[in-house]
Design a protein around this ligand. Sequence first.
Ligand code: F0G
Length: 384
Amino acid sequence: MGREDNLRRRAWQGVVIEYYDFISVNNEKLKLPPVSLQEGNTPLIESVSLVKELKEFGFSGKIYFKHEGLNPTSSFKDRGMAVAVTRARDSNAQAIICASTGNTSASASAYGARAKIPVIIVVPEKGVTIGKLVQAIAHGAVMIRVKGNFDSALQLARKVAEDFSLFIVNSINPWRIEGQKTASLEICDALGFAPDYHFIPVGNAGNIYSYWIGYKQYKEIGRIDMLPKMYGFQAEGAAPIVKGHPISDPQTIASAIRIGNPANWERAILAKEESEGIIDTVSDDEILKAYKFMGEKEGIFCELSSAASVAGLIKMVKKKSTQKDAVVVCTLTGHGLKDPQAVIDFIPPKEAIIEPSFKAIKNLIQEIIPQKIEKSQSSALQET
Ligand code: F0G
Protein backbone atom coordinates (compact mmCIF):
# COMPACT_ATOMS: atom_id res chain seq x y z
CA MET A 1 0.00 0.00 0.00
CA GLY A 2 1.44 3.40 -1.03
CA ARG A 3 1.90 6.59 0.94
CA GLU A 4 -1.36 8.09 -0.38
CA ASP A 5 -3.40 5.08 0.66
CA ASN A 6 -1.98 5.36 4.15
CA LEU A 7 -2.85 9.03 4.39
CA ARG A 8 -6.34 8.39 3.16
CA ARG A 9 -6.83 5.57 5.61
CA ARG A 10 -5.90 7.69 8.61
CA ALA A 11 -7.96 10.76 7.73
CA TRP A 12 -11.55 11.14 8.90
CA GLN A 13 -13.65 11.06 5.74
CA GLY A 14 -16.77 12.95 6.72
CA VAL A 15 -20.13 11.69 7.92
CA VAL A 16 -21.42 10.17 4.68
CA ILE A 17 -18.53 7.72 4.38
CA GLU A 18 -17.91 7.18 8.09
CA TYR A 19 -21.57 6.41 8.82
CA TYR A 20 -22.57 5.17 5.37
CA ASP A 21 -24.34 2.06 6.67
CA PHE A 22 -26.39 4.10 9.12
CA ILE A 23 -27.63 6.80 6.77
CA SER A 24 -30.49 5.31 4.84
CA VAL A 25 -33.47 7.17 3.54
CA ASN A 26 -35.13 4.65 1.22
CA ASN A 27 -31.74 2.93 0.94
CA GLU A 28 -30.89 4.72 -2.27
CA LYS A 29 -27.37 3.91 -3.43
CA LEU A 30 -25.09 6.83 -4.33
CA LYS A 31 -24.05 7.30 -7.94
CA LEU A 32 -21.31 9.85 -7.25
CA PRO A 33 -18.77 10.16 -4.41
CA PRO A 34 -20.03 12.13 -1.40
CA VAL A 35 -19.71 15.90 -1.17
CA SER A 36 -17.65 16.38 1.95
CA LEU A 37 -15.56 18.87 3.89
CA GLN A 38 -14.67 16.14 6.41
CA GLU A 39 -17.44 17.28 8.72
CA GLY A 40 -18.15 15.49 12.00
CA ASN A 41 -15.70 13.82 14.40
CA THR A 42 -16.09 16.84 16.67
CA PRO A 43 -14.64 16.78 20.19
CA LEU A 44 -16.63 15.66 23.21
CA ILE A 45 -15.00 17.87 25.81
CA GLU A 46 -15.34 17.09 29.51
CA SER A 47 -16.32 20.01 31.71
CA VAL A 48 -13.75 21.21 34.24
CA SER A 49 -15.53 24.24 35.74
CA LEU A 50 -19.27 23.90 35.30
CA VAL A 51 -19.17 20.48 36.88
CA LYS A 52 -17.53 22.05 39.97
CA GLU A 53 -20.01 24.93 40.13
CA LEU A 54 -22.91 22.53 39.98
CA LYS A 55 -21.54 20.45 42.87
CA GLU A 56 -22.83 23.22 45.08
CA PHE A 57 -26.33 22.28 43.93
CA GLY A 58 -25.83 18.59 44.59
CA PHE A 59 -24.68 17.45 41.14
CA SER A 60 -21.99 14.77 41.28
CA GLY A 61 -22.05 13.43 37.73
CA LYS A 62 -20.10 14.19 34.56
CA ILE A 63 -20.73 16.86 31.93
CA TYR A 64 -19.49 16.74 28.34
CA PHE A 65 -19.75 19.38 25.62
CA LYS A 66 -20.21 18.17 22.05
CA HIS A 67 -18.51 21.07 20.30
CA GLU A 68 -20.27 21.26 16.96
CA GLY A 69 -18.78 24.70 16.36
CA LEU A 70 -15.66 22.81 15.26
CA ASN A 71 -17.28 21.59 12.06
CA PRO A 72 -16.03 22.99 8.70
CA THR A 73 -18.40 25.98 8.63
CA SER A 74 -18.46 26.19 12.43
CA SER A 75 -21.89 24.75 13.14
CA PHE A 76 -23.69 21.40 13.37
CA LYS A 77 -25.43 22.09 10.06
CA ASP A 78 -22.51 20.64 8.11
CA ARG A 79 -23.45 17.08 9.06
CA GLY A 80 -26.88 17.30 7.47
CA MET A 81 -25.68 19.49 4.65
CA ALA A 82 -23.04 16.94 3.59
CA VAL A 83 -25.75 14.31 3.15
CA ALA A 84 -28.33 16.66 1.60
CA VAL A 85 -25.91 18.20 -0.91
CA THR A 86 -24.50 14.77 -1.76
CA ARG A 87 -28.07 13.81 -2.66
CA ALA A 88 -28.64 17.10 -4.50
CA ARG A 89 -25.66 16.42 -6.75
CA ASP A 90 -26.64 12.80 -7.23
CA SER A 91 -30.07 13.86 -8.40
CA ASN A 92 -28.71 16.55 -10.73
CA ALA A 93 -30.32 19.42 -8.81
CA GLN A 94 -30.30 22.74 -10.70
CA ALA A 95 -30.00 24.82 -7.56
CA ILE A 96 -30.14 24.53 -3.79
CA ILE A 97 -32.35 26.78 -1.69
CA CYS A 98 -32.83 27.30 2.04
CA ALA A 99 -34.27 29.75 4.54
CA SER A 100 -32.03 30.44 7.48
CA THR A 101 -31.18 32.37 10.61
CA GLY A 102 -27.61 32.15 9.29
CA ASN A 103 -25.97 28.81 9.96
CA THR A 104 -27.93 26.68 7.50
CA SER A 105 -27.24 29.28 4.82
CA ALA A 106 -23.50 29.38 5.63
CA SER A 107 -23.30 25.61 5.43
CA ALA A 108 -25.43 25.32 2.27
CA SER A 109 -23.25 27.97 0.63
CA ALA A 110 -20.04 26.06 1.39
CA TYR A 111 -21.30 22.62 0.36
CA GLY A 112 -23.03 24.05 -2.72
CA ALA A 113 -19.76 25.70 -3.75
CA ARG A 114 -17.94 22.40 -3.32
CA ALA A 115 -20.56 20.52 -5.33
CA LYS A 116 -20.66 23.27 -7.99
CA ILE A 117 -24.39 23.76 -7.53
CA PRO A 118 -25.77 27.33 -7.33
CA VAL A 119 -27.10 28.25 -3.88
CA ILE A 120 -29.94 30.65 -3.07
CA ILE A 121 -30.35 31.63 0.55
CA VAL A 122 -33.41 33.36 1.96
CA VAL A 123 -32.65 35.15 5.22
CA PRO A 124 -34.34 37.71 7.47
CA GLU A 125 -33.20 41.19 6.44
CA LYS A 126 -32.18 41.89 10.03
CA GLY A 127 -30.70 39.78 12.80
CA VAL A 128 -28.39 37.42 10.90
CA THR A 129 -24.96 37.76 12.51
CA ILE A 130 -22.09 39.21 10.52
CA GLY A 131 -20.00 36.03 10.75
CA LYS A 132 -22.75 33.99 9.11
CA LEU A 133 -23.50 36.56 6.42
CA VAL A 134 -19.87 36.81 5.33
CA GLN A 135 -19.66 33.03 4.99
CA ALA A 136 -22.50 33.02 2.46
CA ILE A 137 -20.86 35.90 0.59
CA ALA A 138 -17.43 34.23 0.61
CA HIS A 139 -18.89 31.06 -0.88
CA GLY A 140 -20.68 32.99 -3.61
CA ALA A 141 -24.31 32.26 -2.69
CA VAL A 142 -27.16 34.44 -3.95
CA MET A 143 -28.66 36.10 -0.90
CA ILE A 144 -32.32 37.12 -0.72
CA ARG A 145 -33.03 39.26 2.32
CA VAL A 146 -36.65 39.23 3.41
CA LYS A 147 -38.22 42.09 5.32
CA GLY A 148 -39.55 39.68 7.91
CA ASN A 149 -38.41 36.93 10.27
CA PHE A 150 -37.16 33.37 9.74
CA ASP A 151 -40.69 31.96 9.66
CA SER A 152 -41.72 34.13 6.73
CA ALA A 153 -38.42 33.36 4.97
CA LEU A 154 -39.05 29.62 5.34
CA GLN A 155 -42.57 29.91 4.02
CA LEU A 156 -41.28 31.71 0.90
CA ALA A 157 -38.39 29.28 0.40
CA ARG A 158 -40.70 26.26 0.61
CA LYS A 159 -43.17 27.71 -1.86
CA VAL A 160 -40.55 28.78 -4.39
CA ALA A 161 -38.72 25.43 -4.06
CA GLU A 162 -41.94 23.66 -4.93
CA ASP A 163 -42.88 25.94 -7.82
CA PHE A 164 -39.41 25.92 -9.40
CA SER A 165 -38.36 22.37 -8.40
CA LEU A 166 -35.39 23.62 -6.41
CA PHE A 167 -33.62 21.33 -3.96
CA ILE A 168 -34.54 22.60 -0.49
CA VAL A 169 -32.00 21.91 2.25
CA ASN A 170 -33.89 23.00 5.35
CA SER A 171 -34.45 20.33 8.00
CA ILE A 172 -37.75 19.36 6.36
CA ASN A 173 -35.41 17.52 3.99
CA PRO A 174 -35.00 13.98 5.40
CA TRP A 175 -31.33 13.85 4.34
CA ARG A 176 -30.54 16.73 6.68
CA ILE A 177 -31.97 14.76 9.61
CA GLU A 178 -30.06 11.64 8.56
CA GLY A 179 -26.79 13.57 8.54
CA GLN A 180 -27.38 15.37 11.81
CA LYS A 181 -28.14 12.18 13.69
CA THR A 182 -24.47 11.18 13.26
CA ALA A 183 -23.63 13.50 16.18
CA SER A 184 -25.44 11.21 18.61
CA LEU A 185 -23.79 8.16 17.05
CA GLU A 186 -20.39 9.81 17.62
CA ILE A 187 -21.25 10.53 21.25
CA CYS A 188 -22.12 6.87 21.86
CA ASP A 189 -18.99 5.75 19.99
CA ALA A 190 -16.86 8.05 22.17
CA LEU A 191 -18.45 7.22 25.53
CA GLY A 192 -19.25 3.59 24.85
CA PHE A 193 -22.80 4.29 26.06
CA ALA A 194 -25.48 6.96 25.74
CA PRO A 195 -25.58 9.81 28.25
CA ASP A 196 -28.40 9.91 30.82
CA TYR A 197 -29.46 13.36 29.61
CA HIS A 198 -28.88 15.20 26.38
CA PHE A 199 -29.28 18.99 26.54
CA ILE A 200 -29.79 20.84 23.27
CA PRO A 201 -31.06 24.21 22.00
CA VAL A 202 -34.31 24.12 20.03
CA GLY A 203 -35.11 26.45 17.14
CA ASN A 204 -36.66 24.94 14.02
CA ALA A 205 -36.44 21.70 16.03
CA GLY A 206 -34.72 19.45 13.50
CA ASN A 207 -31.66 18.80 15.62
CA ILE A 208 -33.34 17.46 18.77
CA TYR A 209 -35.23 15.00 16.58
CA SER A 210 -32.09 14.03 14.66
CA TYR A 211 -30.18 13.20 17.84
CA TRP A 212 -33.11 11.21 19.11
CA ILE A 213 -33.42 9.01 16.01
CA GLY A 214 -29.65 8.48 16.10
CA TYR A 215 -29.79 7.26 19.69
CA LYS A 216 -32.78 5.04 18.90
CA GLN A 217 -30.99 3.53 15.92
CA TYR A 218 -27.97 2.59 18.05
CA LYS A 219 -30.27 1.10 20.69
CA GLU A 220 -32.08 -0.99 18.07
CA ILE A 221 -28.85 -2.54 16.82
CA GLY A 222 -27.57 -3.11 20.37
CA ARG A 223 -24.71 -0.58 20.37
CA ILE A 224 -26.17 1.03 23.50
CA ASP A 225 -28.40 -0.36 26.25
CA MET A 226 -30.14 2.78 27.46
CA LEU A 227 -31.55 5.86 25.77
CA PRO A 228 -30.99 9.39 27.08
CA LYS A 229 -33.71 11.82 28.10
CA MET A 230 -33.80 14.62 25.56
CA TYR A 231 -33.86 18.06 27.24
CA GLY A 232 -34.54 20.82 24.69
CA PHE A 233 -34.42 24.54 25.41
CA GLN A 234 -36.03 27.45 23.63
CA ALA A 235 -35.36 31.10 24.40
CA GLU A 236 -38.12 32.57 26.55
CA GLY A 237 -39.17 35.12 23.92
CA ALA A 238 -39.14 32.53 21.12
CA ALA A 239 -40.70 29.49 22.76
CA PRO A 240 -43.68 28.38 20.66
CA ILE A 241 -43.36 24.70 21.60
CA VAL A 242 -43.31 25.45 25.32
CA LYS A 243 -46.13 27.98 25.06
CA GLY A 244 -48.14 25.68 22.80
CA HIS A 245 -48.81 28.18 20.01
CA PRO A 246 -46.82 29.96 17.25
CA ILE A 247 -45.17 33.25 18.22
CA SER A 248 -45.67 35.91 15.54
CA ASP A 249 -42.80 38.17 16.61
CA PRO A 250 -40.19 36.00 18.36
CA GLN A 251 -37.53 37.92 20.28
CA THR A 252 -34.24 36.78 21.81
CA ILE A 253 -30.57 37.75 21.77
CA ALA A 254 -29.91 34.20 20.52
CA SER A 255 -30.67 35.01 16.87
CA ALA A 256 -30.09 31.45 15.57
CA ILE A 257 -33.12 30.22 17.52
CA ARG A 258 -35.31 33.28 16.99
CA ILE A 259 -38.08 31.15 15.48
CA GLY A 260 -41.80 31.40 16.15
CA ASN A 261 -43.23 28.47 14.20
CA PRO A 262 -40.79 25.54 13.98
CA ALA A 263 -41.12 23.26 10.96
CA ASN A 264 -40.30 20.17 13.07
CA TRP A 265 -42.63 21.02 15.94
CA GLU A 266 -44.33 17.60 16.19
CA ARG A 267 -41.02 15.78 15.85
CA ALA A 268 -39.58 17.72 18.78
CA ILE A 269 -42.61 16.75 20.88
CA LEU A 270 -42.12 13.14 19.81
CA ALA A 271 -38.45 13.18 20.90
CA LYS A 272 -39.44 14.74 24.20
CA GLU A 273 -42.27 12.27 24.87
CA GLU A 274 -40.56 9.09 23.70
CA SER A 275 -37.44 9.91 25.74
CA GLU A 276 -39.42 11.12 28.77
CA GLY A 277 -37.58 14.41 28.46
CA ILE A 278 -38.67 18.01 28.51
CA ILE A 279 -38.78 21.10 26.35
CA ASP A 280 -38.45 24.19 28.49
CA THR A 281 -37.35 27.81 28.25
CA VAL A 282 -34.26 29.75 29.31
CA SER A 283 -34.21 33.53 29.57
CA ASP A 284 -31.83 35.74 27.61
CA ASP A 285 -30.15 36.53 30.89
CA GLU A 286 -29.57 32.83 31.62
CA ILE A 287 -28.26 32.31 28.07
CA LEU A 288 -25.85 35.21 28.44
CA LYS A 289 -24.55 33.98 31.79
CA ALA A 290 -23.94 30.49 30.37
CA TYR A 291 -22.26 31.98 27.26
CA LYS A 292 -19.85 34.03 29.39
CA PHE A 293 -19.20 31.10 31.70
CA MET A 294 -18.28 28.84 28.79
CA GLY A 295 -15.78 31.36 27.44
CA GLU A 296 -14.22 32.43 30.71
CA LYS A 297 -14.32 29.23 32.74
CA GLU A 298 -14.32 26.36 30.25
CA GLY A 299 -12.21 27.97 27.50
CA ILE A 300 -14.93 27.24 24.96
CA PHE A 301 -16.29 30.03 22.80
CA CYS A 302 -19.76 29.10 21.55
CA GLU A 303 -22.70 30.95 20.05
CA LEU A 304 -25.33 32.54 22.28
CA SER A 305 -27.86 30.03 20.95
CA SER A 306 -25.54 27.16 21.79
CA ALA A 307 -25.30 28.38 25.36
CA ALA A 308 -29.04 27.69 25.69
CA SER A 309 -28.19 24.03 26.28
CA VAL A 310 -25.77 24.93 29.08
CA ALA A 311 -28.23 27.42 30.54
CA GLY A 312 -30.84 24.66 30.47
CA LEU A 313 -28.55 22.30 32.36
CA ILE A 314 -27.82 24.92 35.03
CA LYS A 315 -31.55 25.60 35.39
CA MET A 316 -32.46 21.91 35.67
CA VAL A 317 -29.71 21.09 38.19
CA LYS A 318 -30.76 24.04 40.33
CA LYS A 319 -34.35 22.81 40.18
CA LYS A 320 -33.15 19.29 41.08
CA SER A 321 -34.74 18.02 37.87
CA THR A 322 -31.75 15.84 36.97
CA GLN A 323 -30.41 12.74 38.63
CA LYS A 324 -27.42 13.68 40.83
CA ASP A 325 -24.79 11.33 39.41
CA ALA A 326 -25.90 11.58 35.78
CA VAL A 327 -23.73 11.65 32.67
CA VAL A 328 -24.81 14.69 30.73
CA VAL A 329 -24.00 15.89 27.22
CA CYS A 330 -24.69 19.46 26.11
CA THR A 331 -24.54 20.18 22.39
CA LEU A 332 -22.75 23.41 21.54
CA THR A 333 -24.31 23.99 18.15
CA GLY A 334 -22.12 26.79 16.78
CA HIS A 335 -18.82 28.63 17.26
CA GLY A 336 -18.69 31.97 19.06
CA LEU A 337 -16.83 33.59 16.16
CA LYS A 338 -20.07 33.45 14.19
CA ASP A 339 -21.20 36.48 16.19
CA PRO A 340 -18.35 38.83 17.15
CA GLN A 341 -20.87 41.59 17.86
CA ALA A 342 -22.27 39.62 20.81
CA VAL A 343 -18.90 39.82 22.54
CA ILE A 344 -18.61 43.53 21.83
CA ASP A 345 -22.15 44.13 23.11
CA PHE A 346 -22.06 41.93 26.20
CA ILE A 347 -18.50 41.37 27.47
CA PRO A 348 -16.44 44.38 28.51
CA PRO A 349 -12.80 43.74 27.57
CA LYS A 350 -10.12 43.71 30.24
CA GLU A 351 -7.81 46.14 28.48
CA ALA A 352 -5.50 49.11 28.96
CA ILE A 353 -3.93 51.59 26.57
CA ILE A 354 -0.33 52.47 27.44
CA GLU A 355 2.67 54.38 26.12
CA PRO A 356 5.15 52.11 24.30
CA SER A 357 7.61 51.98 27.22
CA PHE A 358 8.72 49.16 29.49
CA LYS A 359 8.02 51.33 32.54
CA ALA A 360 4.38 51.76 31.57
CA ILE A 361 3.77 48.08 30.98
CA LYS A 362 5.75 47.13 34.10
CA ASN A 363 3.66 49.41 36.29
CA LEU A 364 0.52 48.02 34.82
CA ILE A 365 1.54 44.41 35.23
CA GLN A 366 2.73 45.06 38.77
CA GLU A 367 -0.71 46.34 39.54
CA ILE A 368 -2.31 43.18 38.17
CA ILE A 369 0.08 40.55 39.56
CA PRO A 370 2.41 42.32 42.04
CA GLN A 371 4.02 39.28 43.73
CA LYS A 372 4.59 37.28 40.59
CA ILE A 373 6.32 40.13 38.78
CA GLU A 374 8.77 40.80 41.57
CA LYS A 375 9.71 37.14 41.80
CA SER A 376 10.20 36.57 38.10
CA GLN A 377 12.07 39.82 37.35
CA SER A 378 15.30 38.81 35.66
CA SER A 379 18.16 40.47 33.80
CA ALA A 380 16.53 39.37 30.55
CA LEU A 381 13.95 42.09 31.10
CA GLN A 382 15.77 45.24 29.99
CA GLU A 383 14.11 48.63 30.23
CA THR A 384 13.70 50.16 26.77
N1 F0G B 1 -28.13 26.52 17.46
C1 F0G B 1 -27.67 27.13 16.36
C2 F0G B 1 -26.32 27.78 16.41
C3 F0G B 1 -28.46 27.17 15.19
O1 F0G B 1 -28.00 27.76 14.11
C4 F0G B 1 -29.74 26.57 15.21
C5 F0G B 1 -30.62 26.62 14.04
C6 F0G B 1 -30.15 25.93 16.39
C7 F0G B 1 -29.32 25.92 17.48
C8 F0G B 1 -31.45 25.23 16.49
O2 F0G B 1 -31.46 24.03 15.80
O3 F0G B 1 -33.34 24.50 14.28
O4 F0G B 1 -32.47 22.19 14.55
O5 F0G B 1 -33.71 23.29 16.39
N2 F0G B 1 -30.38 27.30 13.02
C9 F0G B 1 -31.17 27.29 11.80
C10 F0G B 1 -30.48 28.09 10.72
C11 F0G B 1 -32.58 27.67 12.00
O6 F0G B 1 -31.15 28.59 9.82
O7 F0G B 1 -29.26 28.20 10.74
P1 F0G B 1 -32.82 23.46 15.23
